[in-house]
Design a protein around this ligand. Sequence first.
Ligand code: DUC
Ligand code: ZN
Ligand code: ZN
Length: 469
Amino acid sequence: MAPVVIKNGRIITAVDDYTADILMEEERVQTIGRDIPVGADVEVHDAAGLLVLPGVVDVHTHLDWEFGTARSADTFGTGTQAAAFGGTTTLVDFADQKRGQSPLAGLEDWHQRAQSASVDVGAHMILTDVTDQTLEDMKTLIAREGVSSFKLFMAYPGVLMVDDASLFKAMRTAGSNGAMVCVHAENGPVIQALIEEALSQGRTGPKYHMLTRPSLMEGEATHRAIRISELAQTPLYIVHLSAQEALESVAEARDREIPVYAETCPHYLFLTDEEYDRPGFEGAKYVMTPPLRTQAHQQELWRGLRTDNLQVISTDHCPFCFQEQPLGMKYSKRLGYEDFSKIPNGAPGVETRLPLVFDGGVHQRGLSINRFVELTSTSPAKLFGLFPKKGTIAVGSDADIVLFDPEETWTITASEQHSRVDYTLFEGRSVTGRVKKVFLRGQLIVDGPEWRGREGMGHFVSRGESGKV
Ligand code: DUC
Ligand code: ZN
Ligand code: ZN
C-alpha cells in the first residue's frame, strides 16, 4: 500500500492541539511533522480546516447478538460499516457464555460471527454461569485469548443475572489476573416484581419499561457492585450508567481511591423519559436498559463527565428494528407489542456518537476538545488494554485517523445511516460537526458518503491488561 500523508490538519489528542502533517505507512503512524516531503508515490489528503482525531474507540456494542428470544439486527459487516461512518475504527463487542457452556466456546462462536468486521474488533466476555471451570477459563481468556474484561448482569433474573457470590468470585479472578469486570447494575429481582405487578394490572405499553426500572434500583445495584469489587480487589467498570444515584456511588468510591470507572451513553445525555409519551408503540424505539431518565439525571451525567466521575462515552449499540419487516420478528421491537417486558432492550447508536458529543459537548456545553477525544477514544483505549496502539495519534500507533469538520451542520436521519436498523433515536436532529474521512491502519475506508472499506478487513485486537488509566 502506498504511503499516505495527511497535510495541514489540526491534530487533537487527549493532550495535544497543534497543526502538522502525518505520514502513515505499514499500518502505523510513521512521522508527524511540519511540511513532510511528498514523493510521487504518496497518497495525499489535505486536512486544512479539519480536525485530525484518533480513530474513535467504542467499547460497548452488541452485534449479531442472541438476546433472549431476539437477535440484534446488525451483522458485524453492517454494524462495523456504520461504526466507521461515525469515525469508529475499533470496537469492543460482547461475546457471551451460554449457561452450561464454557466461555471459550462463546468466544469461538463470536470469532465466527466477527469475521465480517470492517473495523478492528476486540471482545469482552459476558459470564452467565460462574463455575470453578469458568474461573479457570477466565484465566485462559485473559492470558491466551486477549480478552481482559468480563461483563456480569445484576439484572434479568433467569436469563442473564448472576447472584452476588458469582459476581464476587468472577471479580476476584479478574482482579488477580489483570482483568476488569463490567457490571450491568440494576436490582433484577425487585425490577422483576415491579414488572409482574404492572402486567397483572394490565399495564402493557412501552412506558412501563421505564416505570418498572427506577433509578433507585440502579443506584442500589451500583453501590452493591462497588462494595463487592472492593472486597474482591478488582477494578470495576459500570456500564451504561444513567442515574444520579449510581453516579453518587461511583463518585464516593473514587473519592476513596477505589478503582471504579463508569461510562454513560449519548441517549442518556441527549434524551429524556418524555420519549416514552410518544403515541402508540413509538415509545418502544426508546426501550433500552437502563431506561431514559429525567432532565435532572441528565444534568448530573454532564457534570460527571466534567469531573471525571464518568470516564467514557460509549454507544451500547444494540439495535432492533421498529418494523417487523424485512428482517423478521426476531429482530424487531414488535416482539413486545402486547407486553412491554418482551420488547427487546436496546437501541442503535454506533454511527452518531461522535457528532452528537461534539455538538452537545464541545459546541453547546464548553467541553474541551481534548476531553472530547479522551472520553470517546483515549480513556476507553486505556481502560481496556488497547493503548497506545489505539486511542491516540503518536508515532508507532495504529494509523487510525478521523478527519472531522467542526463547522459543518447537518441533520441526522435513518435513511442515510448504515446500520440495518430502520430508525435512529435522533431522527431530524441538527448537529454541528461531521466525519469527513476515516482511515483504518492507514487505509481510507470512509470518504464523505463513499464506503471505501471492505467487509472482513477488520483485525481482531488482542487486549492487554484492563482497568488502568
Ligand atoms: N444491557 C446492555 O448492555 N445492552 C443491551 C441490553 C442490556 O440490558
Ligand atoms: Zn447492560
Ligand atoms: Zn450493552
